[in-house]
Design a protein around this ligand. Structure first.
Ligand code: HEC
Ligand code: HEC
Ligand code: HEC
Ligand code: HEC
Length: 457
């Protein structure tokens, strides 16, 4: 008893130290990758590696199908990407993508089984675009994927939605506290390997190809002449680097000599592969994933209404090369072809600003049934152009007490907001403006004094 009481705090403290140190149990292996003394060494925990190997084995490829006979495009009705294949090879490909993406659901995951040519399921529309994306990666990003290439399995691994994806983080609501700008830090997340760094480096660096140029911390010049990254953005760069290291299961020294992170002449060739990878990922998100926003249902999108996108972990999943470099793609030559006709992504022209005006009865905040048509028009426009917002402004007359009038205008605006949200528009896309007083018309008879305007822009 006495023994317990005396040793308990000590044992507790020891457990705490061990727990907080995040140390891994020795022994670990180290592999030197640079000159001695430069610290360019990779540290592996052999037990983690042993666990990972079985998770990164590609499935067996089916034997190739004969290339004889009529082409798929001549036999089937709606084959746009894989039309050159023989019917046998086409069917083999359908069986393969079923195993890679929807083994539990089967063909019905993408197809209306009563009419295979119909495109009514969004998954089929997405899958066709994914076929083109995979071809694009293999044909045009050899600087990154080399001859190894990728298949749907590289990302999907038998799951409908790849295990590692990202969507835009919800911005901090700076009105709700006095903490100031958190810059997305101090919220430990897997995305940055639980470091207290901005946990969404993806929106800033991987959403499109052009953003890569801001991945920098050191200026080339003494004065801020053309240096693109702010001091604050530096944290984001480190956040991205944590993500890259974690996705590949490596240390910083896999790519850098930590004596000078920026210097290319002291970096390993892997950094060059990574440099192309960053641009590839931005390009894929920009060209293929984001433009699919109107196709994906709301429950697949992130809290900000954007489509789930690719980062380094989507393919790598903890391995320095996805599937430890297994070259699966060579067994599916149709995925190595240049994208024959990558149709321009289904660009949705940002519709002209649309304005709807809803009139209310005197003293009433209730929407009228005949306003449904007008609301549906607003909703259709919002859904068509996913980057737009609905700005709601309520107007009230100048007669009566100001406070009452403003309150009524506000309740009318809320009624419109609620009607939009009931039609599936996320709250983040609705902006409420302050109630405004209409000019003149003191009697309050003119119905235009009792209106709510919705502008989609
Ligand atoms: C992950 C989605 C997906 C799955 C699962 C899938 N398919 Fe397909 N299927 C497609 C796409 C996309 C096309 C159009 C390809 C193109 O445009 O080149 C297609 C086209 C077809 C067509 C041509 C239909 C026509 O007349 O135009 C047939 C037949 C077909 N698939 C059979 C199958 C069978 C059989 C299975 C199950 C073993 C299956 N598919 C599973 C996505 C899928
Ligand atoms: C570079 C990684 C990557 C590759 C390669 C890839 N996908 Fe995807 N796929 C994604 C991402 C990211 C999403 C979006 C996740 C979501 O559904 O929200 C997605 C979504 C899908 C969906 C929609 C799933 C759903 O339930 O919403 C289908 C179907 C699909 N992919 C099929 C394919 C097919 C078929 C291939 C191969 C021709 C393929 N993908 C190759 C990354 C990839
Ligand atoms: C897989 C390779 C890879 C790994 C691992 C990696 N980096 Fe990087 N790093 C790069 C590339 C590529 C760039 C240049 C990005 C660009 O220009 O698009 C870069 C840029 C940087 C920069 C900016 C240098 C400048 O020019 O201002 C810093 C700092 C940096 N990395 C730090 C780190 C740290 C710290 C780690 C470990 C947590 C790390 N990196 C891990 C590839 C890597
Ligand atoms: C579309 C899938 C895909 C994505 C996304 C992807 N990679 Fe890769 N990456 C590959 C493939 C495939 C290889 C293997 C190429 C080879 O065999 O040489 C590879 C190889 C690499 C290598 C070389 C490893 C070595 O030891 O030679 C580095 C470094 C790398 N990737 C970094 C990244 C970084 C950083 C990102 C995110 C910015 C990224 N990758 C995103 C598919 C991908």
């Amino acid at each position: 008893m006495i023994f317990n009481r005396r040793w308990f705090p000590l044992a507790g403290a020891l457990a705490l130290v061990l727990g907080l140190s995040a140390c891994e149990r020795p022994p670990v292996d180290s592999v030197q990758s640079g000159y001695r003394g430069t610290g360019m060494v990779q540290v592996y925990n052999p037990r983690t590696v042993v666990q990972q190997i079985p998770n990164n084995q590609p499935p067996e490829s089916a034997p190739p199908a004969a290339d004889a006979g009529p082409r798929a495009r001549d036999i089937f009705k709606n084959v746009q990407v894989l039309g050159d294949l023989s019917v046998g090879a086409f069917t083999r490909h359908m069986a393969a993508i079923t195993a890679w993406v929807s083994p539990a659901e089967g063909c019905a995951y993408c197809h209306n089984l009563a009419e295979m040519s119909d495109d009514s399921k969004y998954t089929k529309v997405v899958a066709r675009r994914m076929l083109q994306m995979t071809q694009d990666i293999n044909a045009n990003w050899k600087t990154h994927v080399a001859g190894t290439g990728v298949t749907c399995y590289t990302c999907h691994r038998g799951l409908n939605v790849p295990a590692q994806i990202w969507t835009q983080a919800v911005p901090q609501d700076k009105r709700s506290d006095f903490i100031g700008n958190l810059n997305q830090s101090n919220a430990p997340a897997k995305s940055v390997a639980y470091a207290s760094l901005p946990n969404d480096p993806f929106t800033s660096y991987l959403a499109n190809k052009g953003l890569a140029r801001t991945i920098k911390v050191g200026a080339d010049t003494a004065l801020p002449t053309g240096h693109v990254a702010s001091l604050q953005a530096t944290e984001g760069t480190y956040g991205l680097m944590m993500h890259m290291s974690d996705s590949l299961g490596v240390n910083c020294t896999y790519c850098h000599n930590t004596r000078n992170f920026g210097a290319w002449d002291e970096s390993t060739p892997k950094r060059t592969t990574a440099w192309h990878g960053i641009r590839m990922v931005g390009g894929l998100n920009e060209t293929y994933l984001d433009p699919l926003a109107p196709v994906f249902p709301a429950h697949r999108k992130g809290p900000m209404g954007d489509v789930a996108k690719v980062n380094c972990a989507t393919c790598h999943q903890g391995a320095y090369k996805p599937l430890y470099g297994a070259a699966m793609a060579k067994d599916y030559p149709e995925l190595l072809k240049t994208v024959a006709a990558v149709q321009a992504p289904p660009t949705v022209a940002a519709a002209d600003p649309l304005r709807a005006v809803l009139y209310f009865d005197v003293g009433s905040p209730a929407l009228k049934t005949d306003q449904a048509v007008e609301l549906d028009r607003v909703v259709a426009s919002l859904k068509q152009a996913p980057t737009t917002q609905a700005v709601i402004s309520g107007y009230h007359s100048a007669s009566g007490t100001l406070a009452q009038n403003q309150d009524l205008a506000k309740r009318r605006a809320f009624a419109v907001r609620d009607a939009l949200s009931a039609r599936g528009i996320e709250p983040a896309r609705v902006v409420l403006e302050k109630p405004q007083q209409t000019e003149a018309n003191l009697a309050g008879e003119d119905p235009s004094a009792r209106r709510v305007e919705v502008t989609v822009k």
